[in-house]
Design a protein. Structure first.
Length: 367
């Protein structure tokens, strides 16, 4: 992808946190809950990109014009995005300009994430994550548990936690990101009193949950999660903060398959993005050494490399070096997922289209 376009998309932020595409004539759409902006096409430095999707985070709204809509353009020199037509509260506004500040690129050309997954492939990755984390499908909603594994509260199907820093913002946890974005849209939410506590726990790196309970956090979460928009926001935070960054790391190593995305998101969801012995980065390093290279180097096939990754994941989870209370046991409990992933590699199910998918010891079949 054009590097200027990549830098430009880094800018696509919440220029339209209030914009929602509800009309039928606007070519662009923005969901203010999930912060997903989709562009039918956009021109960057003379090159056109179709079906661009991003999660937006920060912006400065400049102008709302009039007249016939122009083409969508992005100027990487000024970070100004022009949207030809955007629908907002039942009306369509033409030629909206915003200076963009931050983003998460979801896909170009209709795919999702850095590996351009189909909806079915991403859904399958998420279903496998849900099975590995909770042992259940449909995906668990409204589960708030302290598992005594140094993570604080572990919440819902993707096991987002209150104690660990988010890779996208070290000042908040992934659960904190959900609460912050939701309470920005809904200031009277019962989650609002918990937000300062969530942020303080990350700052002091504490897995304590008593202060959250004093604010009614568990009950508030279980109330809000009944709203489908809240569920969509949770999913979006998981994708933006864990799944898609993990997919990007797998792509950097030369992997291109949906199974690589699935292995990556489950690796980093449990092991994190730091650089300690048990981290996802170090496991990939040991896997690369064992395989004799990466797909990017041309030394090994993607299948051989993914097999090594699954094997090194299993070895680490059975013998984790962490000293965090309860975490080593939590990793041992999660190790069977590595065998499921290894079986998918051995079966050659790299595109995740061979159905049904057997999750072995988890006892759940994905149709």
């Amino acid at each position: 992808m054009n590097s200027k376009f990549t830098r430009g998309l880094r800018a696509i932020g919440v220029a339209f946190t209030a914009l929602a595409c509800v009309g039928t004539n606007a070519s662009d759409a923005f969901d203010p809950v999930t912060k997903r902006l989709t562009l039918e096409s956009v021109t960057v430095v003379g090159k056109n990109y179709n079906a661009v999707a991003v999660t937006v985070n920060s912006y400065t709204l400049l102008t709302v014009g009039s007249g016939a809509p122009t083409a969508d353009t992005f100027d990487p020199n000024t970070n100004i995005l022009t949207l030809g037509a955007v629908a907002f509260q039942g009306a369509i506004y033409n030629n909206v300009q915003a200076r963009i500040n931050s983003y998460t690129l979801l896909g170009v050309g209709g795919g999702l994430g850095p590996l351009n997954l189909t909806d079915l492939q991403l859904s399958t990755c998420d279903d496998l994550t849900a099975v590995f984390e909770t042992g259940k499908l449909p995906r668990v909603r409204g589960s708030v548990e302290n598992l005594a594994d140094s993570a604080g509260f572990t919440i819902d199907w993707a096991a987002l936690t209150t104690a660990y820093q988010s890779v996208s913002n070290p000042n908040e946890s992934d659960v904190g990101a959900v609460a912050r974005q939701w309470t920005t849209l809904h200031p009277t939410s019962p989650l609002a009193p918990s937000l300062p506590v969530l942020n303080s726990l990350v700052t002091i790196q504490s897995d304590d949950t008593t202060a959250l309970e004093a604010k009614g956090f568990s009950a508030a979460w279980k109330t809000e999660v009944k709203d489908p928009a809240f569920q969509a926001l949770y999913d979006n935070v998981f994708h933006a903060n864990i799944a898609f960054p993990a997919h990007a790391i797998m792509a950097k190593h030369g992997a291109r398959s949906a199974l690589a995305a699935c292995i990556g998101q489950n690796l980093y969801n449990l092991h994190g993005f730091a650089d300690d012995y048990d981290s996802g980065n170090q496991i990939l390093s040991r896997a690369t050494a064992a395989a004799g290279g990466t797909p990017a180097s041309g030394a090994v096939s993607e299948t051989a490399w993914l097999r090594a990754v699954a094997d090194k994941m299993y070895a680490d989870e059975m013998n984790a070096q962490t000293t965090r209370p309860g975490l080593a046991q939590a990793m041992r409990n999660g190790a069977p997922r590595c065998l499921v992933l290894r079986a998918l590699v051995d079966a050659g199910n790299l595109d995740l289209t061979q159905r049904p998918i057997d999750t072995g010891p988890y006892g759940v079949t994905i149709q």
